[in-house]
Unconditional design. Structure first.
Length: 246
């Protein structure tokens, strides 16, 4: 007797199921953070902690259910992109004539902040935005990279306001490009979290303070340069074809 396995609802990683998981995971976390900011501002930290933990756990559950061992989250593939992106985003104010010096930060709060940035921000955001988002729009580079970066930017607007949106967009663009070219979520999470930690803890200070305007110039320059490096083979092939046609 041949057994026939019936595929039930929410049992396969279809685009529809991934979108539902996306709405539950990201939307639920956003509601908690919004409640902490607007309803209980004096207790913001527990709301944010609960939201980030919830998003991380739902993301891991989705990944384990639909991709058990199928996609290596912590693969060393394209690992070199992580240090390059980290150094570029940490040192980009040099383009704005900033002179860096390191401010040592080794305290209990700094270690907690490191865990927060790497796991609760870096891994959570990369798992959703460069992991599950890419699976929803698999094979569509415009949706994965360009539209994904736009939605990633819009997601940060309610919490960070309008001013840093240019920086956030180009930040997301580089990470999306690296993911599209094969960088693992783990590599990107480490780079993402380390950037947030270094900047948030003011580990690197600047003798000449760079203005928000210069940051809105230097970050796009750095991001587009990194994206060109990541897609250097495609750019070379495209330019070669154009030259041959002409």
């Amino acid at each position: 007797m041949e057994l026939v396995y019936k595929r039930g609802w929410f049992s396969a990683p279809t685009a529809g199921n991934l979108i539902i998981a996306w709405i539950v995971g990201i939307g639920g976390g956003d509601i908690l953070i919004w409640a902490g900011m607007n309803v209980f501002p004096d207790h913001m930290r527990p709301f944010k902690l609960s939201a980030m933990l919830g998003m991380l756990l739902i993301g891991v559950a989705v990944w384990r259910r639909w991709y058990p061992g199928g996609i290596a989250v912590f693969s060393p593939n394209k690992w070199w992109l992580g240090p390059i992106i980290l150094m570029a985003f940490v040192l980009h104010p040099v383009l704005g004539r900033g002179i860096p010096f390191i401010e040592p930060v080794w305290s209990h709060s700094a270690l907690i902040a490191f865990f927060w940035c790497i796991v609760l921000i870096g891994l959570t955001e990369e798992l959703w935005w460069r992991g599950i988002w890419f699976e929803i729009w698999k094979g569509r580079p415009v949706m994965c990279i360009l539209v994904g970066s736009m939605v990633f930017t819009a997601y940060h607007y309610p919490f960070q306001g309008f001013e840093p949106l240019i920086v956030i967009f180009f930040f997301g663009l580089v990470f999306a490009a690296a993911r599209y070219k094969g960088a693992s979520i783990g590599v990107l999470a480490l780079a993402h979290g380390a950037i947030d930690w270094v900047q948030g803890m003011n580990i690197i200070r600047w003798q000449w303070q760079t203005s928000p305007l210069s940051q809105n110039i230097t970050v796009p320059v750095v991001s587009l340069t990194l994206t060109a490096i990541i897609f250097r083979q495609e750019i070379w092939q495209t330019s070669r074809r154009c030259c041959l046609r002409s």
